[in-house]
Write a protein that binds this ligand. Structure first.
Ligand code: T5A
Ligand code: NA
Length: 210
């Protein structure tokens, strides 16, 4: 646990799902909806391609560089660790974060390459834990019909099917499974209600989760 007593902190809300499940579109809409309601909200994403580590990840994803599977796994994790202090101070200051991908992506994608599932989870331990994980559930074949699919390294149906099974193994009580094969607006409605609920819970004094 972090600190003592009651903290009127922000909520850590994470969107997860296969490639092209709609995470970025939904994050943007959700953050702007919540801000419109007067909530303090920032929109974040991982990988954060703006840092030096993020640029190494970006060139790997666009297949302009090669890296050992374990090495890229640790870079993705390091890219979260380099934002940890800012993440925690922002939450403690009462601002909620709507985050496009987090540790669950880190584990699911690396495990889908054949790395040991438990090993993949180890470097994520100690990062702030999500208060709510909104999992945009979609069949890989449906996602594959969406725009620009197949441009980046992991966008192959067979690979995405393995990713989905590793995501499934990480579901816990913070997860809400959302049918992502609906219109953008229909999906958004579900996210708004869940996000507002968890923001209210965190404001009423829940400590930071680990
Ligand atoms: N990764 C990531 C790791 O291996 N380890 C890690 O630790 C992390 C953090 C890049 C890759 O990195 C891997 C996972 C990824 O393979 P990224 O930068 O998040 O991660 O990937 P992007 O390519 O930017 O995003 P995605 O491919 O995941 O797409 P999104 O964000 O899920 O979907 P979005 O919103 O961009 O929409 C995709 C298309 O679908 C349409 C949109 O208009 C768009 O054309 N669309 C819909 N169409 C119909 N109905 C709907 N409801 C729709 N919603 C969106
Ligand atoms: Na995205």
């Amino acid at each position: 646990a972090v600190g003592g007593g009651v903290e009127k902190r922000g909520a850590l809300i994470v969107l997860e799902g296969l490639d092209r499940s709609g995470k970025s579109s939904q994050c943007r809409a959700l953050a702007s909806f919540l801000r419109g309601r007067g909530q303090a909200v920032e929109e974040w994403r991982f990988p954060d391609r703006t840092t030096a580590i993020g640029q190494m990840i970006s060139s790997y994803l666009s297949e302009t560089s090669e890296l050992d599977d374990a090495a890229i796994h640790l870079l993705f994790s390091a890219n979260r660790w380099e934002k940890k202090n800012l993440m925690e101070s922002t939450l403690r200051a009462g601002t909620s974060l709507v985050v496009d991908r987090y540790s669950y992506s880190g584990v699911a994608f690396s495990a889908a390459k054949g790395l040991d599932f438990q090993w993949c989870k180890t470097p994520e331990k100690g990062l702030p834990a999500a208060d709510l994980v909104l999992y945009l559930d979609i069949q890989p074949e449906v996602a594959a019909r969406r725009g620009e699919y197949g441009v980046e390294r992991y966008e192959k149906v067979e690979f995405q099917t393995r990713v989905a099974s590793h995501y499934q193994a990480m579901r816990d009580s913070t997860w809400q499974i959302v049918d992502a094969d609906q219109t953008v607006d229909e999906v958004q409605q579900v996210l708004r209600e869940a996000a507002q609920n968890v923001i209210d819970t965190c404001k009423s004094g829940r400590e930071l989760l680990r």
